[in-house]
Design a protein around this ligand. Structure first.
Ligand code: SAM
Ligand code: SF4
Length: 326
């Protein structure tokens, strides 16, 4: 087991398959983002070796993210190979959904359990503005394809950005009345000057909830208010799906955090919002033994920070979201 010095059992690995992306969401990366050259990124055999080590150390939950995981040319084969590891209990993916119309079925057949799909608005023009290049209908088709392929329950991730989509939250929440989806509203996290947006653009979960309730009536607590992962869940009266809030900025869930992240260039990052990382790829390429690599992982996990420092104004400067694996 990988335990940190606060006694948390770290068993959830989020893997950034690539930092590349087919969109340029303005809260995630600059418009002229330069991606890392391929040789700097983990190659398939390197990634699979590291996953084997993590699984041996008791990591059970895995999420593929990025960048955009579906632009990885061998994403289906990687899903199949990762899922074969004894110890990999669940394998999910966070995606912008653009390529799901083609990939949802093969991914499900390869062993992917579920997907979270990012969708910040139902207005095609606003969608284009937020993603700088996306077409809403492709994502909508992607959601249908995911559902048809059995990648359920579909969860939609909505990042709310002041001045862009705070007026769209009720329309998005309304989807939960007729679809068995979880609509999760995420407080935007600032990533230094590398994106166009700063903390002032964050809309708090409290405000989002108020906006939804003003239009659609009271939200009822689900699960007695227990966190589901990082999400606090609610239901609209008569709804078949759920509405969730991820308040990483105003109500951090750090105490219950069981996550680590593996960046596309093979660094173990112990907190999304802290800069500290352990380089695994360089030693691996230099011929480190499996035992040495296991020890590097365990030592890194041990010093996982207690939580992020947004409240003290500490904002990560070294990477943007797409490079870490959100
Ligand atoms: N490309 C995939 C996608 O968009 O779903 C996966 C990677 S993306 C970095 C993972 C999640 O992080 C998405 O749901 C995205 O909306 C969210 N995200 C990106 N930048 C963010 C930010 N600054 N604050 C909060 N969430 C953010
Ligand atoms: Fe790409 Fe996802 Fe970042 Fe949008 S949020 S730019 S889709 S990685």
């Amino acid at each position: 087991m990988a335990i940190d010095r606060f006694g948390r059992n770290i068993n959830y690995l989020r893997i950034s398959l690539t930092d590349h992306c087919n969109l340029r969401c303005l809260y995630c990366m600059p418009e002229d983002m330069t991606f890392r050259p391929n040789p700097e990124l983990m190659q398939d055999d390197e990634l699979l070796l590291l996953v084997r080590l993590f699984a041996q150390l008791g990591f059970e939950k895995y999420r593929l993210t990025g960048g955009e995981p579906t632009v990885h040319p061998r994403v289906v084969e990687l899903v199949r190979a990762i899922k074969k590891n004894p110890g990999v209990r669940s394998l999910t993916m966070t995606t912008n959904g653009v390529l799901l119309p083609r990939l949802a079925k093969p991914l499900a057949e390869a062993g992917l359990d579920r997907v979270n799909i990012s969708l910040d608005t139902l207005d095609p023009k606003k969608f284009q503005r937020l993603t700088r290049r996306g077409k809403l209908e492709q994502v909508w088709e992607g959601i249908q394809a995911a559902e048809a392929a059995g990648l359920v329950p579909v969860k939609l991730n909505v990042v709310v950005v002041r001045g862009y989509n705070e007026g769209d939250v009720a329309d998005l929440a309304r989807l939960s009345l007729s679809h068995a989806w979880q609509i999760r509203f995420i407080e935007m996290m600032p990533f230094a000057g590398s994106t166009d947006l700063q903390l002032q653009a964050t809309v708090t979960a409290a405000e989002i909830r108020q906006r939804i309730e003003a239009e659609l009536g009271a939200l009822e607590v689900v699960n007695g208010g227990e966190l589901d992962g990082e999400t606090r869940l609610f239901r609209l009266r008569g709804g078949v799906g759920e509405v969730g809030f991820i308040s990483s900025v105003t109500m951090p869930f750090c105490a219950a955090c069981t996550r680590a992240r593996l960046t596309a260039d093979g660094r173990l990052r112990l907190c999304l919002l802290r800069e500290g990382e352990v380089d695994l790829l360089t030693p691996l390429r230099a011929g480190a033994s499996l035992e040495d690599l296991r020890q590097l992982i365990l030592d890194g996990v041990w010093v996982k920070p207690w939580g992020h420092g947004l409240a003290e104004g500490l904002i990560p400067l070294n990477r943007v979201m797409s490079e870490i694996g959100g």
